[in-house]
Design a protein around this ligand. Structure first.
Ligand code: NCD
Length: 330
């Protein structure tokens, strides 16, 4: 079954979230609108709503994570779900249990949702194909393929500052080749109407073949940043690199690091974003990481609202509010 038909049911309702590729503009916008309606919950004094009361969510992480795992956990707790975190390094998968056996074992404990991060591209789709009806799979990053909730929180963050997507020029800078975030961001930006997307970095990390995504491939930072509204930076993902793709030392920072000087090529009010973890002095100058143009911490907190929205839309007992806003937009 194709990814698009797996993640959305016949009524157009979100069943799993595996990728931003193939998510329609109305559905993507509905997720962002619902996330926006959860922001007051995440920022208020009482941070709980009962939408997922009685539901069980399992966070199954086969790769390290700080932001994503914590914000998925917080999102589930703020929706009143019971949450179990499984660090796969300490689970039976290290004793040779297959992914499928892990899924079936946990499913027999009446779990309603799995949030899965795995090093292999396609792992979340595999889970979704095997999951029992009514069990939702949320992809928290699979190999270099997709990281849809990161892209959605990036879109929410951009929308709150620059809602005119069709006017935006966006540069995604760094290790695009190994980045699931870049791929998911490109699909989401295009669905929301962004026409000018530049992928910027050295030839080894931004091969010309990426222009098949209908973006511009640029190997010069200044040219790539010229007049952009948004700069999205990425970490060098050494764990996914085979062989020597980069000269050592500070060579990457000298050519592609964002500094006050190189940021000057972008629009004067350009937004600076990064999914984290940040490597200061590698992809970004230390003083810019949390500088006045940086939205890095806002991205993290928007991650909670976006994950709440996706959880509520897949397994939530649709609240009157969610249902009403859905009908109003129909
Ligand atoms: C990203 C990831 O895991 O793909 N991080 C994240 O989820 N915040 C990017 C990265 O690891 O560099």
């Amino acid at each position: 079954m194709s990814l698009a038909t797996l993640q959305v049911d016949e009524q157009g309702k979100l069943r799993h979230l595996l990728s931003t590729e193939g998510l329609s503009e109305p559905l993507l916008t509905e997720i962002l609108d619902n996330a926006e309606s959860f922001l007051p919950v995440t920022e208020g004094a009482v941070k709980k709503v009962p939408l997922l009361r009685g539901k069980t969510v399992v966070n199954l992480f086969f790769e390290p994570s700080t932001r994503t795992r914590t914000t998925f956990e917080l999102a589930a707790k703020r929706l009143s779900a019971d949450v179990i975190n499984i660090d796969a390094a300490s689970s039976s998968t290290t004793k040779g249990e297959s992914l499928l056996d892990t899924l079936k074992t946990l499913e027999s404990m009446q779990v309603n949702m799995f949030v899965i991060r795995h090093g292999v591209s396609g792992a979340a789709q595999f889970f979704a194909e095997q999951a029992a009806p009514g069990v939702a799979i949320l992809n928290a990053g699979d190999g270099r393929h997709a990281h849809p909730t990161q892209a959605l929180l990036d879109m929410l963050t951009i929308r709150r500052h620059r809602p005119d997507f069709d006017q935006l020029k966006v540069a995604i800078v760094g290790d695009i080749l190994h980045s699931r975030v870049a791929r998911s961001d490109v699909h989401a930006l295009q669905t929301l109407g962004v026409k000018d997307i530049r992928l910027v970095g050295p030839r080894t990390l931004v091969p010309q073949s990426l222009s098949s995504l209908d973006v511009e491939v640029v190997h010069d930072l200044r040219a790539g940043l010229r007049d952009v509204d948004v700069v999205m930076l990425l970490r060098l993902q050494h764990e996914r690199m085979d062989g020597q793709l980069l000269p050592g030392g500070s060579a990457f920072f000298n050519s592609f690091g964002l500094t006050a000087r190189t940021l000057d090529y972008a629009k004067p009010d350009a937004l600076v974003m990064h999914p984290g973890p940040i490597n200061r002095g590698v992809e970004i100058a230390p003083d810019l990481a949390y500088g006045e143009r940086s939205l890095v911490l806002e991205q993290v907190s928007h991650g909670i609202a976006v994950r709440m929205a996706v959880m509520a839309m897949t397994i939530g007992t649709q609240s009157a509010a969610l249902q009403a806003s859905r009908e109003a937009r129909a």
